[in-house]
Design a protein around this ligand. Structure first.
Ligand SMILES: NC(=O)C1=CN([C@@H]2O[C@H](COP(=O)(O)OP(=O)(O)OC[C@H]3O[C@@H](n4cnc5c(N)ncnc54)[C@H](O)[C@@H]3O)[C@@H](O)[C@H]2O)C=CC1
Ligand SMILES: O=C(O)C1=N[C@H](C(=O)O)C[C@H](O)C1
Length: 265
C-alpha cells in the first residue's frame, strides 16, 4: 500500500527537506503541501523544487484533506499553527506526524485524548534524529546516578521557541528518574535576570541562539570530582529525515498518540 502524505510547512527549512525525502521514498506519495503562500500553485513552480514536482499547494487544511485525502500529515510549521493543524487532522482521520515544537502541556493532553478517542495514530517527535534520541535516553540513565544536571541547547537564530522541544523533553525524561531538587548554592542570586537559565524542577536549561548553528545539545552532569557530558550535534536537516520517514510508516500502525521517538525505538 502506498502511503499518501501531505506536508505542512513545505517551503520551510525542515519542510523542504521533508519534501525531498518523501518524494524519493518508495511506498510513499507526496500528494499535497500546506503553506500560507502560493495557493493553487504546485511545488514545482517554486525555484527551490524541481519543476517536475507536480504537488498542489493549499492554504486551507480542511480543503486539502477533502481534495487530496492524505493518510498522513507531516507538520513542520510553527508553534502558533501546529496545534490547530494536528487537531484538524485527527478530527478528519488523518494521522499527524509532528516535528514542530512549542506545544503546551494542556495542548498535548487534549490531542492525546482526541487521538485515543478517535483511534487515530499520532506521533509528536520533538527530535527526529536518532543521535538525539540516544542522547536523551543516555541522559535519563545517567541522571539516576548523577542527579546534578544542566542542559545547554544551541540552535540557529531563526528559531522561535525557547527552550527547544528537545531541551524540554530531555528535562522531562530526567525528571521521571530524579526527585525535584534545587541546584547550585541555596542562597545564589541572579544579578542579571535569566543568568542561571530556565528552571525545570530545579534543573537549569540554557538556550543559545547564533547564526551558523543548526541544532545541538549538551547535557552536563556533575559529581564529586567528576563531570559527564553527553552531546549531540545535527549539522544539517538531512539528519532528521530518517526519523521523519520512520514515523510516517509507524503512525500507520498505531491508534494513539506517542510523544517522543524514544517510545517507539
Ligand atoms: N522534530 C524535529 O526533529 C525538528 C523539529 N523542528 C521544528 O520544526 C518547525 C519548523 O522549523 P523550520 O523548518 O526551521 O522553520 P521554517 O520557518 O523554516 O519553516 C516553517 C514553514 O511553515 C510555514 N507555515 C507557518 N505557518 C503556517 C501555517 N499556518 N500553515 C501552513 N504553513 C505554515 C512557513 O511558511 C514556513 O514555510 C519548528 O517548530 C522547529 O522547532 C526543526 C528541526 C527538527
Ligand atoms: O528549530 C529547530 O531547528 C529544531 N527544533 C527542534 C527542537 O526544538 O528541539 C529539534 C531540533 O533541535 C531542531
Amino acid at each position: 500500500m502506498t502511503i499518501r502524505v501531505a506536508i505542512a510547512g513545505a517551503r520551510g527549512r525542515m519542510g523542504s527537506e521533508a519534501v525531498k525525502a518523501v518524494s524519493n521514498k518508495e511506498g510513499m506519495e507526496l500528494v499535497a503541501a500546506l503553506d500560507y503562500k502560493h495557493v493553487g500553485d504546485s511545488l514545482g513552480e517554486l525555484a527551490m523544487f524541481p519543476p517536475q514536482l507536480n504537488v498542489p499547494i493549499y492554504t486551507n487544511l480542511t480543503q486539502l484533506i477533502e481534495d487530496e485525502k492524505p493518510d498522513v500529515l507531516i507538520d513542520l510549521t510553527n508553534p502558533e499553527s501546529v496545534y490547530e493543524h494536528t487537531k484538524e487532522a485527527l478530527l478528519h482521520n488523518v494521522r499527524p506526524v509532528v516535528g514542530t515544537t512549542g506545544f503546551t502541556d494542556s495542548q498535548l493532553e487534549e490531542l492525546k485524548n482526541l487521538s485515543e478517542n478517535n483511534k487515530v495514530g499520532c506521533i509528536i517527535a520533538p527530535n527526529f534524529a536518532i543521535g538525539a534520541i540516544l542522547m536523551m535516553k543516555f541522559a535519563k540513565e545517567a541522571a539516576k546516578y548523577l542527579p546534578n544536571v544542566e542542559i545547554i541547547e544551541l540552535h540557529h537564530d531563526r528559531k522561535l521557541d525557547a527552550p527547544s522541544g528537545t531541551g524540554l523533553k530531555t528535562a522531562q525524561l530526567i525528571a521521571e528518574v530524579r526527585n525535584e531538587q534545587k541546584q547550585g548554592h541555596p542562597n545564589e542570586k541572579e544579578t542579571i535576570a535569566g543568568a542561571r537559565g530556565a528552571d525545570f524542577e530545579g534543573m537549569r536549561i540554557h538556550s543559545v541562539r547564533l547564526p551558523g548553528l543548526v541544532a545541538h545539545q549538551e547535557v552536563i552532569f556533575g559529581g564529586d570530582g567528576q563531570m559527564l557530558t553527553i552531546r549531540h550535534d545535527s549539522y544539517n536537516r538531512e539528519s532528521f529525515m530518517g526519523g521523519v520517514l520512520y514515523c510516517v510508516e509507524a503512525v500507520m500502525t498505531i491508534e494513539d498518540l506517542v510523544y517522543g521517538l524514544e517510545n517507539l525505538i
